[in-house]
Design a protein around this ligand. Structure first.
Ligand code: NAD
Ligand code: MG
Length: 396
């Protein structure tokens, strides 16, 4: 007789997908992969922060059972836009968590910033597969999130291209055989700029990434290279590694995304064109492989790939992130950076003030790693308040 477990359909089919942050750059690329999958995936729930019409249009197209808008002021507009569809609507921070709680086998975590932490935690606790794009969750609460995933039986599959690359080539069964991993960085739009030139960089210049089309916040993070600093912390939580085993290498073409060096001298890497649909397809289908409508890699056409060491003098955010990891103040690093990037995008401070504000905030916070989610939110609020007061002074 077969065991009952074998004949019962799994409750959580990985083919049903919830997207947290559906209207963003990762959200849209995910829906593109879903649309091209020939009906392999069904959308369970979708969320957005402000854009009601975009969210409603996606809901009408993909027919989820539930949609949530982060800003509660838009609740009535969302309900109106969905009238007659039978799709349930929610609003506010609790509705984002409710979306994550819907019985989808896969949750794509693609909200930007610590704003995505509560919903991602909820998905981890109920044992979903989490296709994780939101790196700020791991920077602010890496230990808590990975522990919750383990306890809940959830699987975290990185969508961030470098970590997805490592996920594909890291021998998880033999971590002791790994000497070092390398995250590549494009170097961003200011890779060759002097500090003097960067001083007058505008938000428009900073969000114009040479290789990737991404949301505004991560684009600025790429320009300061804080993105790679956050990714260093992300890698630390995703893989059984010491901080010293994680290296950063500038690779302007963004073709090689991550490398794993083994003790015998072998180096395994993952390569692909810079298109997020590749790591998204990998995370959705793993261990299967999905057709993705991406341009195939043609190395003969590319001819050369170049690499250089990162310059931590000009891109101090990298060193700040490493220090924050060593000192257990990564919540503050992330919070101060979120506040400073917002101020920069609003034209209130200069480009170089971003890293300066983060550094000055770190100098003022206590080195106590939070042990509960409440403590994370407390530490986050404290660091934001410190950063805001520093930002006011810079802007004055
Ligand atoms: P984006 O700004 O394009 O989209 C963000 C999404 O989150 C939108 O749907 C928006 O409505 C929603 N959102 C914004 N603020 C919110 C809030 N306070 N509460 C609830 N929802 C909110 O961002 P993105 O580029 O898609 O990036 C999303 C995440 O993925 C980020 O953490 C980023 O670092 C990570 N990531 C992005 C890329 C990329 O190529 N875009 C690559 C790797 C990692
Ligand atoms: Mg990345």
């Amino acid at each position: 007789m077969r065991a009952v477990a074998e004949i019962i359909e799994p409750a959580l089919s990985p083919q049903s997908v919830t997207i947290l942050g559906a209207t963003g750059s990762i959200g849209k690329s995910t829906l593109d992969v879903v649309a091209g999958s020939g009906g392999k995936f069904r959308i369970e729930a979708l969320t957005a922060m402000e854009n009601v019409s975009a969210l409603a249009a996606l809901a009408r197209l993909y027919r989820p059972r539930f949609v949530a808008i982060g800003n509660p002021a838009h609740f009535a507009a969302l309900k109106d836009a969905l009238a007659g569809t039978g799709i349930r609507a929610g609003a506010g921070a609790e509705a984002l968590v409710e979306a994550a709680m819907q019985p989808a086998g896969t949750v794509v975590s693609a909200i930007v910033g610590v704003a995505g932490l509560a919903s991602t935690m909820a998905a981890a606790k109920r044992g979903a597969r989490i296709a994780l794009a939101n790196k700020e969750c791991l920077v602010a609460a890496g230990t808590l999130l990975t522990q919750a995933a383990k306890a809940g039986g959830a699987k975290l599959i990185p969508v961030d291209s470098e970590h997805n690359a490592l996920f594909q080539v890291f021998d998880a069964a033999r971590p002791e055989s790994v000497r070092q991993v390398t995250l590549t960085a494009s170097g961003g739009p200011f890779r060759t700029w002097s500090l003097e030139q960067m001083r007058s960089a505008t938000p428009e210049m900073a969000v114009k990434h040479p290789n990737w089309a991404m949301g505004a916040k991560i684009s600025v993070d790429s320009a300061t290279m804080m993105n790679k600093g956050l990714e260093l912390i992300e890698a630390f939580h995703l893989f059984p590694l010491k901080a010293e085993q994680i290296e950063v290498l500038v690779h302007p073409e963004s073709i090689v995304h991550g490398l794993v060096e083994y003790v015998d001298g072998s180096v395994l890497a993952q390569l692909s064109n810079p298109d997020m649909r590749t790591p998204i397809a990998c995370a959705l289908a793993w261990p299967e492989r999905l057709q993705a409508a991406v341009k195939r890699l043609n190395l003969a056409e590319l001819k050369t790939l170049t690499f250089e060491a990162p310059d931590v003098q000009r891109f101090s955010a990298l060193a700040l992130a490493r220090r924050a990891l060593a000192e257990g103040v990564t919540v503050a690093l992330n919070a101060a950076n979120e506040a400073a990037v917002e101020a920069f995008l609003a034209g209130r401070i200069g480009f170089l003030d971003i890293a300066k504000t983060v550094e000055a905030t770190l100098a003022k916070v206590e080195n106590a790693e939070p042990s509960t989610l409440e403590e994370v939110f407390e530490a986050d609020a404290q660091a934001r308040a410190i950063a805001q007061s520093l930002l006011k002074r810079v802007a004055a």
